[in-house]
Design a protein around this ligand. Structure first.
Ligand SMILES: *Cc1c(COP(=O)(O)O)cnc(C)c1O
Length: 347
């Protein structure tokens, strides 16, 4: 089989969630938007439910409807994008809780589904989603009379603990929710690490569950193994791959492995990335193609059947950094071609 394998360790993922739960002073939700950060919401959500997660956040009503059919009736499912035109039936039929982002969304929600639960998202400085402070002041009394179940906001710089934006947003959130007796939520993974004053009643970790920065000391959730299709010996001065970007400085043994940028292995990884055979790292040589990568395996004294890109010694963060991106983007770019293998699957 030439298909690369992505092994997702659901036990590691569950332990990461438990760690975030122990760090949080209130309740702990789980963010499973974008197909659980690319790792598979059908497998990830039941694992977290089994671990005790009863509150989930996703990006859109469509994702919410899918999640409801996976986790059943009990958990709360919040939608970051709020109540958009066309969402009403999904919100009603799947009991989703939109996080209302504007007066427009508020009136849509009231008109179309008065008895449906809702939360409020406030903008405390990120200028991405949520009601502006002025807007909030105008509809605050009315909104509170409709009994929202949650008031939340989101931090822009929580992965930089010393950034002044954190304290400023905390202060804004406190001011906008002062004396309001509704459950509150401000922090994702980064905010959890800023300390308990950022936690309020509910935290919303995502990336930490999946074992990436800014979470520290987490369990490794992903292993990527790529089959070797062919091995060849080349002489000094021969080149490898498109554009002849790499020339062998001496006699070399080159493995061609079966994955490429169509599998989220960005072309930027062509320099400074290694594939592992046991604990020996072998460098990528030449350009990464759509489906193939050249690897210099001269240092190995065996002909490997496969090489590892992500494992406990070469983390997602390390590889993402090599491609000048972050774990979030690497994970959600993996694509559909991997053979996905789940450890600790809940049947
Ligand atoms: C994605 C997201 C989260 C989760 O963030 P992580 O950094 O992955 O923990 C929480 N809240 C909001 C509003 C988000 O968009």
């Amino acid at each position: 089989m030439a298909t690369a394998t992505a092994t997702i360790d659901l036990n590691a993922l569950r332990q990461n969630w438990q760690k975030l739960r122990r760090l949080s002073s209130g309740d702990t939700a789980a963010v499973v938007k974008a197909n659980a950060y690319g790792l598979g919401v059908k497998q990830v959500a039941p694992a977290l439910y089994n671990e005790g997660a009863r509150i989930f956040f996703i990006a859109t009503a469509e994702e919410g409807a899918e999640l409801r059919s996976i986790v059943g009736k009990i958990p709360d499912i919040y939608i970051f994008s709020g109540h958009m035109n066309g969402d009403t039936d999904l919100i009603k039929n799947y009991s989703l809780i939109p996080l209302i982002n504007s007066i427009e969304q508020l009136s849509r929600h009231c008109e179309l589904s008065k008895e449906q639960k809702f939360g409020i998202q406030l903008d405390t400085g990120m200028n991405r989603l949520g009601m502006e402070p002025m807007e909030w002041e105008t509809v605050k009394e009315l909104t509170l009379s409709l009994n929202p179940v949650l008031i939340m906001s989101h931090l822009a710089c929580a992965d930089e603990p010393r950034h002044e934006m954190n304290a400023m947003q905390l202060q804004n959130f406190r001011r906008l929710t002062n004396k309001i007796n509704v459950k509150k939520s401000l922090s994702a993974t980064g905010g959890i690490l800023l300390g308990p004053e950022y936690h309020f009643d509910l935290t919303r970790p995502g990336i930490g569950i999946y074992g990436c920065s800014p979470m520290q000391d987490c369990f490794s959730v992903l292993k990527i193994e790529i089959p070797v299709i062919q091995i060849r010996e080349i002489g000094r001065g021969e080149t490898v791959g498109y554009g002849n970007t790499w020339t062998a400085p001496s006699k070399r043994k080159i493995a061609t492995i079966s994955a490429g940028y169509a599998d989220g292995l960005f072309r930027l990884l062509s320099t400074n990335t290694r594939l592992y055979f046991q604990d020996i790292g072998c460098p990528i040589v030449g350009r990464i193609s759509m489906d193939l990568i050249g690897v210099d395996i001269t240092s190995l004294d065996v002909e490997p059947e496969k090489l590892e890109l992500i494992n406990s010694q070469q983390t997602i963060d390390k590889i993402a950094g090599g491609a000048k991106t972050i774990g979030y983007e690497f994970l959600t770019s993996l694509g559909n071609r991997y053979h996905r293998n789940y450890k600790g699957l809940i049947e």
